[in-house]
Design a protein around this ligand. Structure first.
Ligand code: HPA
Length: 276
């Protein structure tokens, strides 16, 4: 994959200007001047956008300034514009750049900054993740109530002091629970990855208040807050975290759990977005 021309790799460039250019690309390529909601699809959530509404345009993410080709099978490399039955425009981001890819945090949060620049005021972040709570089993969607950023990095540059209270909006979590009262919630711990955690790291995550372990979302949520968006986060528990489940973790297992859960989480997500 040739990434040498990505403008975000120029340290003197302004990432917000690049996001504005990307948003203009999206407006031109979709014919939609402004989006209302953005939705990032993580592992297992790939099909979940299909029920949200009518897809009016699909564009390869590589045609939009600053986006990278997908690093991984199971991660869809496209952007879609969807019109919901209530007339809202949803920008679906199926092209997440992970921190573990090593391209830097500007690339990781570019989709979120671009979404904000398209006009979206709500950011829905989804992921596939490991579960810590003993009452959870693989295939279960849960709400993210808060996060612990264990990457040691931040999308904020310089002395940018931003409040992260109620980062994962209580209001939006209430909306989701009205759709599905059985939704549980938990604190998401973002590890750097790409290796899965050791059992000792999972015990640490539990000891410091974590319930979900994964490799995305926290850095994106910080950038979304910086951009003034309201955030809703969902994890699909694709496996119990290392050491909680006694069998070894595999990427194949994660993808399979996503595939099996797809109908249920697609329906859930469509109904929640319909209420936003
Ligand atoms: N840990 C980190 N990331 C993951 C996991 C996990 O157990 N499952 C799916 N993504």
């Amino acid at each position: 994959m040739s990434d040498t021309t990505n403008p975000l790799d120029d340290p003197t460039a302004d990432p917000f200007e690049i996001a504005a250019t990307a948003a203009a690309d999206i407006a031109r390529l979709t014919g939609v001047a402004q989006h209302d909601i953005a939705l990032t699809l993580g592992s297992g959530w790939g099909k979940a956008a299909d029920l949200v509404g009518e897809t009016t345009v699909t564009i390869p993410a590589t045609e939009v300034t600053g986006f990278s080709a997908p690093a991984l099978a199971g991660h869809v490399g496209s952007l879609r514009s969807i019109l919901t039955p209530k007339g809202k425009r949803v920008l679906v981001i199926g092209a997440r750049t992970h921190y573990y890819e090593g391209h830097g945090v500007r690339r990781v949060v570019h989709s979120v900054r671009t979404a904000a620049a398209t006009g979206a005021t709500t950011m829905v972040l989804t992921n596939g993740a490991g579960g810590i709570k003993s009452t959870w089993t693989a295939g279960r969607p849960v709400l993210i109530s808060d996060h612990i950023n264990l990457t040691g990095d931040s999308p904020l540059e310089g002395a940018t002091f931003i409040d992260l209270t109620d980062l994962y909006s209580t209001r939006l979590r209430d909306v989701a629970r009205r759709v599905d009262p059985s939704l549980d919630e938990g604190v998401y711990c973002q590890f750097r990855g790409p290796q899965y955690e050791t059992p000792a790291e999972v015990r640490m995550a539990k000891a410091i208040g974590g319930h979900i372990v994964g490799m995305s979302t926290a850095l994106e949520a910080i950038a979304a807050r910086q951009a003034g968006m309201e955030i809703l986060g969902f994890s699909l528990i694709t496996n119990m975290a290392a050491g909680i489940q006694t069998t070894p973790l595999s990427h194949h297992e994660v993808i399979e759990a996503g595939r099996e859960a797809e109908p249920v989480i697609s329906d859930l997500l469509a109904r929640v977005i319909g209420e936003l």
